[in-house]
Structures are given as C-alpha cells and as structure tokens.
Design a protein around this ligand. Structure first.
Ligand code: MG
Ligand code: MG
Length: 264
C-alpha cells in the first residue's frame, strides 16, 4: 500500500458507478435463479456476459491481465467449494450440496462495479449454510464500519473480529480495494484483518472521506487461513481443502451512511 493520491468521486461519477453496480446486481439476481444442480460454470459465465453486454456495459474480468499469467479468460470468477477466488468457468457441473462464489465486474461509461456472492447449489447442510451466513454478515459488519471518522483499519477489524468470534479464518493474502475508473485502484487496499506494526509493513490506513469508493470482500475459510494458487495461475484454493465463502459489495463513503453501489 502506497501514498498514491486517492480518487474522490464527484456526484456525477457516483451516479455512473451506481449504474455500473446496478448491472452487476441484475446479473446476480439472475445467478440466484440459474445456480442449480446440473448447470456448468461456463453456462453461468455465458448468462452473465450476455446480461452485461445487453446493458451496454463490458465485463471487467474478461482478459484481465496478471503478471506472469495468461489474461483471465471469462466474464465471471466461478469458485466452487474449496476454491476461494478467481476460479475459471469450465465444463464443471455443479452438484447438489456444492457452494459457488460468483464474482462479477462491469465497466459502464468508464466506471467499474464489483460484487461477489456465494450461492448454495440446491440444499446444503446447516454447517455449510452457517459459513455462508457468517461470511455475508461479516461483509455487512465492514459496511457498517464504513462511516466517518473511521479509517480503513476499523473496516478491516470489523470484518476480522466478527469472523474470528464465529470460529472461522479470513484469507490474509487477498483484500478489498478502491474501485473507480479501474477495478483495483492503486493506493487503497481494504484488508479483512490488520497486523501489528502495520505502518512498518507499509500498510496505509486511510481516513474515510466522502467520495471514496471501495469494494469490501471478506474471504472466509472454515479451516485454516492458508491458501495456494493452482497451476492455471488463477484459481486460489484453501491449503487444507476446507470450504470457503466470499461476499463482496462496492460502496461509496458519504457524510452519513455508506451507499451500496452494487444493488439492483
Ligand atoms: Mg469482485
Ligand atoms: Mg473485488
């Protein structure tokens, strides 16, 4: 994290971001219906890409570049069970009892919306449902902490302390981020934990200010916190094979309550 100047959005820019976020939310509404036993993750990807383009937007993830990796080849990240984030859509058929994190990003009139949700496939056990509920609630704990005069550290610790109290782990190597003209704005990371001596480690805890826009995205693991990347150079899985969940909204800081941009 660096001292890069942050981009505070004007009301006009926020209105465009709200539309970019609305398109993401419409796609998620469709996923709520489409995720079921028997569907492939590639089929879900096609549905989302069509919705995004029908709204005059572009999928933010498609061809997303990454150092030493091929560009991301799809419009959604589809991460099943022990896959945490960045799963690549494929011919994989979803089975009753699976869970799938679907991460969707759009670019609309030059601005980005970014939101992820983890869906149960058919019926899941009470234990699995609890992981989903805790992860979703931890996102809203982070949103609730996104008020002035708090700083990013307060948001991170709101997520972390809630998850920790419920007996789960947060993934430490992946964070939320500033969102704007690009999906990952430089200089603004939104972690789901906060280390001791953060400053010495180069972490910056920005004070929240109106016009800041960022994605909060808790990645919660039922087992241990460690993760690893698969040979495809994208898919991140839990190291111990345990289940994990991922929920994300893009929000805007105001003088009052934050605005969730990625709602229908
Ligand atoms: Mg996302
Ligand atoms: Mg994100």
């Amino acid at each position: 994290m660096s001292e890069t100047k942050l981009h505070f959005k004007t009301p006009e820019e926020l209105a465009i971001m709200r539309e970019a976020g609305r398109i993401v939310a419409v796609a998620h509404q469709e996923m709520r219906r489409a995720v079921r036993p028997g569907v492939t993750t590639k089929e879900l990807d096609t549905i989302v890409e069509t919705i995004i383009r029908d709204h005059g937007a572009v999928p933010a993830f498609l061809n997303y570049p990454k150092h030493n990796s091929p560009n991301f080849p799809a419009s959604i990240c589809a991460s099943v069970n022990n896959e945490l984030v960045h799963g690549i859509p494929s011919a994989r058929v979803l089975q009753e009892g699976d869970i799938i994190s679907i991460d969707i990003g759009t670019v609309y009139k030059g601005f980005v919306g970014d939101s992820a949700w983890t869906y149960p496939v058919g019926e899941v056990s009470a234990q699995v449902q609890r992981l989903l509920d805790v992860t979703e609630q931890s996102l809203f704990e982070g949103i609730r902490a996104s008020v002035m005069p708090n700083e990013i550290r307060d948001v991170a610790l709101a997520v972390y302390s809630y998850v920790d109290k419920q007996g789960y782990s947060v993934a430490r190597d992946y964070t939320g981020h500033g969102v704007g003209r690009v999906m990952h704005e430089k200089g603004l990371d939104v972690p789901n934990w906060w280390p001791r001596r953060a400053k010495e480690r180069g972490w910056t805890s920005h004070r929240l200010q109106p016009g800041m826009t960022y994605a909060i995205e808790p990645m919660v693991i039922a087992g241990r916190a460690e993760t690893r990347e698969l040979a495809d150079k994208w898919t991140v899985v839990t190291r111990d094979g345990s289940l994990c969940a991922h929920f994300e909204h893009t929000i805007a800081i105001t003088n009052d309550e934050p605005i969730i941009l990625t709602l229908p």
